[in-house]
Structures are given as C-alpha cells and as structure tokens.
Design a protein around this ligand. Sequence first.
Ligand SMILES: [Zn+2]
Ligand SMILES: [Zn+2]
Length: 377
Amino acid sequence: METFSGNLVAAALVVDAKSTVLQLKQYKLCKYCLERHTDTGRVKPDRPCYICRGLMDSLDSIMDRIMAAVQDYEFDTFVVGATLPTQIYEREDAMRARLKIRGRESIKNHLTRELGTRLVWLTKRKADYMKPDITISLAVDKENNVDVAVKSRPVALAGRYVKKSRGLPQKQDKCPHCEGKGCDSCNNSGLSGYASVEGIIAKELMAVTKGQAPKFSWIGSEDQKSLVLGSGRPFSVRVFDPKKRELKKVRVKGNGVSATMSMHEDILEPQARFTVKTRIHTRCASPLTKQDLKKLNSLAGSDVSFENRSRIATKRIYSARARQLGSNEFTLTITADGGLMIKQFVGGEEYMKPNISEILGNKCECVTFDILDVELQ
Ligand SMILES: [Zn+2]
Ligand SMILES: [Zn+2]
C-alpha cells in the first residue's frame, strides 16, 4: 500500500517537472534564471532574459568591481548583500504565479550566493552572515546599473594614556560640518582638529587602520592643566570602516601624550567602577596651621556626598596625605572613587560635604590637580 502511494507521488513529481519545463519554454530565460526554476538541464537558455534582463549574465563584470572594491581591505570573513529593483521581483513573481512555481530561491539570494561563491574561490576568505569583517552591498537600478560599496566592521581597541605636559584637553570638539560622522573637511576624523589627547590618538589610529571617525569611551576625565601619570587613564575606542584590522599593539606618542592600545572584543563599560589617585595643589586665603594638615589627613575613610543630577552621589576617600608647600599652599594626595569633582571638593561652592574650604574654615582653591593613577575595579 505504502509503496503504491509512494510511486504515485513520484510519478506526479515527474509529470510536474516535465510540465514546468514545457511551460518555462514560454519565457525567455538566461542560464541562471532557468536553473533557479527547474532541476533538469534540458531547456536551452535564451536572451534577453525575461526576469533579470541580463543582470545574471553580468556576474563577471560585477565580480571584477567587487574585487577592485575589496582590495584595500584586510578581512577573513565577508557577506554580500543586494538591493534589486522591484520590477525584477515583479516579473519573477508573475511568472511563478502563472506557472504555479513555489518554494524556489529568490533572484537576490541567487545573485549574492553566486558572487559569494566566486569571492570565496578568488580570495580564499569565508562567508559569515553573523559577524562579517566586511559587508559588500550591491545596489542595482532599473537599468541594471550596479553600484558596489564596501564597509568593514569597526575595530575596538582598549588601552591607557599618559599625559606629561600641561595644557592639552582630553577631548576634542566635533567637526562642526558633520557633527562627528566624518566628512571631507575633517578628513573623515569627525573632529575639529588634533590638539587634544583624543585628537592625537585619533589621528594615529586613522593612519594605522585607514579607518574613520574614532569614537572614544573614557574612564573618567581630567582638567586641561592636569597631568596623567602612573600607568595612565584607561579608555577604549572604536574605529569605523577600518581597512587594516589585524592590529596587535598600537602605540601613540606626541605632544607629551603617550598611549598604548591593543585589540579588544568590545568597548569598556563607561559606568565601570574605578578609583583615582589624585594630587591636588591647593592655595588658601589665610595661612595654614599644623592642625590644618592633620584635619586633611583625617579625610581618609570618609565619604563625600554631593548632588548629581538631582540625586545624592557618594564617593569614598580611601587615603589622604597632605604636604605643606608654602604658608598658604599645600598638596593633598587622595585615592578616591572615580567621579569625585576635585575643584568643587576644594572650593566647596556647590553643595559638597565635606569639602576642603569648610574643613579648614579657610577659602581654598584648586590650582591644579594631577592624576597619579587610575585603577579599574
Ligand atoms: Zn536571468
Ligand atoms: Zn566633518
């Protein structure tokens, strides 16, 4: 019984395939568009193709353009995507509806699959749909003009920077023309210039990766006048559309800034907990007493609270050591939770409790503060 009905189904399939082949002959189809609709190779291809109008026959020239577009990129994996004019889908759908053909591959899939297979063959690289190093996008218009564009997945690096001369800000303003996206007038950096820690590192990263618009994530910040010493301040950065992505270590040196970065899977969490060792140079209105230094040293172990975006934030001071410089000046070296605003902590103008001016009963101001070390928790 089972064999009998099985045979029937098989017979029906043969008849179906034959009649489809017969019906397909009503349409002029190229080799590829035929292959997509029949499993037998008994129909001769024809031109111009009813469905693709020659698009599939231009695979060789599209492939040449893809090879030219990817030649500057370092990549192990790729994906090919395409947008085709709706007219192609409409013709294919109309034919399929009339001949009752179902469950066949779409022309877009066929096109990108053919190109992908050739690219694997020509470059020995692999296709990867989840996380490709490069994405090749084809845009086909109504006249079958093909535009080929390549974009690479951003590379992420993490590292630390040290700043040994005063006067350089940490951040760079965005390019006013593109708001940071990257344009011709900023050489695709997205920045207004290179006179900052950000600018110096960004410039070098762009040169090394041939990429654009680096986006930084800093673990804390300092003043323009501050030094950053010790092992430096951690940061991570993503560079967009890099041509070179097989980087091991990147070193940057210039204008008193030095940074070392290595490849990282992802960017650092900007909310990461960290502690900072800071040396605060302070000047007071009235002369200091011995008792004052003792009061400052006793800050170790205390919590500083302040209002931050209408919420009360608390930062702990783990250690404190004061050293007198002159009658009205001292340095205070503290290790505290990251995010403690040093100038406000000294001046006490804004609500911050305790603060140095209040503890000493003396009007104090922060001359400079230097970052001696930053430790990620
Ligand atoms: Zn065709
Ligand atoms: Zn710009």
